[in-house]
Structures are given as structure tokens and as C-alpha cells.
Design a protein around this ligand. Sequence first.
Ligand SMILES: NC(=O)c1ccc[n+]([C@@H]2O[C@H](COP(=O)([O-])OP(=O)(O)OC[C@H]3O[C@@H](n4cnc5c(N)ncnc54)[C@H](OP(=O)(O)O)[C@@H]3O)[C@@H](O)[C@H]2O)c1
Length: 221
Amino acid sequence: MSSIAIVGAGPGLGAAVARRFGREGYDVALVARDRTRLDALAGGLAGEGITARGFAADVRRPEELAGVLEEAAGVLGPFEVLQYSPVPHRDFMRPVLETGHRDLVGPVEFSVYGPVAAVRQVLPGMRRLGHGTILFVNGGTAAVPHPERAGTSIAFAAESAYAHLLHERLADEGIHVAQLVIPGAIVAGHPRKDPAVLAESLWGMHRNRHGFRHYADDLDS
Ligand SMILES: NC(=O)c1ccc[n+]([C@@H]2O[C@H](COP(=O)([O-])OP(=O)(O)OC[C@H]3O[C@@H](n4cnc5c(N)ncnc54)[C@H](OP(=O)(O)O)[C@@H]3O)[C@@H](O)[C@H]2O)c1
């Protein structure tokens, strides 16, 4: 049985990706901070015939995140797929001239330390499987920094560099690393940015294994 870990799993994109992979027979580990919401999400998915379990962790606590991913792999088996997609805090999106070095601690913990901890935890299992997929999901500032959203712009740039390095380094091992950039907002009913449409894109990225960066929509949208 294959399994996917969705780090930052909420009712929007996280739930849609759980459904998309679940429909293909994947077991799903849902990671976020709020245990009650995780249990409700897992319960809803179970009602649709998907095996999903919630694991509570804050991605800004790397040891905690690594610990729950280890626990989750113990329950569901080694992860074939990791998706890193927690929704960034509003405080990370401050104007550049109002952003001091301390304001960057949160964004860097969230977008750099978290992904590094998650990848290092699941990678040995993927290597044992002999294949895997690591999916990073980011907003448009990962591609074009925005002066009013300095924290995410700066931290997403670092996250993107890390992800791209992994893409280069792991391709020969059958581990595909890719990034989906979603310009603007996720909008229910939008032809390109509805959560189910984005989940389909992420499923396609996992299946087709071409290229590193993919765009959900035009950058100026
Ligand atoms: N929403 C948008 O308009 C939009 C636009 C562009 C890109 N994106 C990207 O899409 C992804 C999110 O999709 P979504 O907005 O539909 O979200 P979602 O899957 O509905 O929920 C994401 C979850 O992330 C969790 N989270 C936030 N901070 C966390 C932390 N410190 N540790 C662990 N979990 C945390 C939250 O749960 P807890 O509060 O329980 O922790 C939240 O429910 C992200 O990669 C984001 O960059 C979103």
C-alpha cells in the first residue's frame, strides 16, 4: 500500500490532495497543528473510503515535525510521496521596509527549517522503496518577490532553492522533486485554482515526473 504525507493539511488544498491520492489507493497522513480539525478531516475522508490519519505538529518545530512523520510512517508505512504545503501566517507578509531580522525568524523556520526536517525524515524510506515524489507548494512570491510580502518572498526563495537542489540531486535515484507555484489566491470554482483542480495538477506532477517548477496560473493573475 502506498502512502502520502501532507504537511500542512487543512480543508482546502490539503483535503483535495488527500482525496485525489486517496482515490488512487494511497493512505494519507495529515499533518497540521490542530488535533480536533485533523480528526474531523480524517473522519470525513474515512467516510469517502480513504484511509487517513491526523498527526499534530507545528512545522516551526523541526524535531516535533520529524517525530510525527516517523510515527506516521510507523503506522502507514514509508511515504512514497511528501507534500509540503502549510499555509503561511499573515504576519509573514509585511512590507519590506517594515521587516527586521527578527521578523524573518518565523518565515525561515516555516519555509526552510520545516521542509528540511520533513525531507530528511522521509528520504531514507523513499530510498528504501527505490522511488518517491516530493512536492512543494508555494504562492506567487516564490517566483516574483513582492515588496509588501517580504517574509514569504525571502523565505520562499530559500525554500525554492532547497527544492531545486533536491530536484537535481535526487533525480538519478528515482525520487522526483517538483514545485507548484499558485499565483494569487486559491478560489473554489476557479477553472485553474479550485483545490480539486490544483490537486489534479499535483497528481499529474507526481505521475508525469517532468520538470521542477510548475505554475497553476499566469503570474499576473
Ligand atoms: N490559500 C491561498 O489562497 C493560497 C494561495 C497561493 C498559494 N497557497 C499555497 O497553498 C497551500 C495551502 O493551501 P490552502 O490555503 O488550501 O490550505 P489548507 O490545505 O486548507 O490548510 C493548510 C493548513 O496548514 C496548517 N498550518 C499552518 N501553519 C502551520 C504550522 N505552523 N504547522 C503545521 N501546520 C500549519 C493549518 O492547519 P493548523 O492551523 O491546524 O496548523 C492549515 O489548515 C500552501 O502551500 C500555500 O502556500 C495558498
